[in-house]
Design a protein around this ligand. Sequence first.
Ligand code: NAD
Ligand code: LMR
Length: 329
Amino acid sequence: MATTITITGAGGQIGYALLFRIAAGAMLGPDEKVRLRLLEIPQGLKSAEGAALELQDGAFDLLESVDVTDDAAQGFDGSNIALLVGARPRGPGMERADLLAANAGIFGPQGKAIAESASSDVRVTVVGNPANTNALIAAASADGVPATRFTALTRLDENRARAQLALALDAPVSDIRQVAIWGNHSATQFPDITHATAGGRPVIEALAERVGDVQAWQEQTFIPRVAKRGAEIIDVRGSSSVASAANAAIEHTRDWVRGTDDWTSAGIVSRGEYGVPEGLVSSFPVRSVDGEWQVVEGIELSDWARGRIDTSIRELTEERDAVRALGML
Ligand code: NAD
Ligand code: LMR
């Protein structure tokens, strides 16, 4: 049996960076056949159709079929994995509330279509921004689908944080573990290194030898660098991150399906863990066990860390309230 994977916005940049890696087995491994469903809006169909032609030309052993559609029911039909990438970008003069409303108009109907058409084991990951609140809207619109099946991508933030620590410590990035991302995929997020290790040694201890005042380094260098990395990429590249975002979405999904030994981070629907109001989609340190994300329990939070998390949770609450005020939730 092949796994059916739906990618919305498949004709866009991240879609293009995802499709060929998935077809080559990067997400589900070298033994799992895949069926791809590329869901676009009419303006994006040609681009998705072009990608489908190139997928044919890749002659991928694992690729069983590719369908391109602008019909959500068809796009999510039998879907086991849905990567919701297509979103409305912020345009000139658009306020945050306008952006939330435009995206609620996309993610509400997509959540409904997932409930109606997808496989009962569907796993949904929202990449399109504002990812956390879009995931919340999709989850709230998907009657009958457990909230645990909806996630927002914050793995890119974790990867960015690990990479910055590796640079600061002159250590291989594979040595850096247990970095946690809390809160929103936005500039308010809290990349938390309190329990991080580098080659088994506490990162905070190792950093002290390199940067001196670790607290000041976190506040003035590390956190802004990670939390504003998306903006930095836009500034330098001229458009938002693509290959690194696709890579993170692949890693997130792979870990969700296949499990993790260690911590990672994902935006999941809160059940009240660490005081995050129930129902908000917040990033937490998580493990993937038996196909489900589990929040890492028992982490001690300093007052400073608590304050950082609360700031990001306040932003998520405001986003949810703005969507509610528009009558879209
Ligand atoms: P893009 O503009 O290149 O592609 C977006 C595609 O989505 C377009 O082809 C468009 O036609 C399609 N689309 C729009 N509305 C749709 C709908 N209702 N249904 C299906 N398709 C639809 O953008 P991109 O660079 O691929 O980025 C996509 C999104 O990912 C953006 O919102 C971006 O901000 C976000 N992003 C998130 C992260 C993260 O870590 N969570 C990282 C990078 C980018
Ligand atoms: C990123 O983190 O690179 C993106 O979410 C930035 C953006 O606003 O598209």
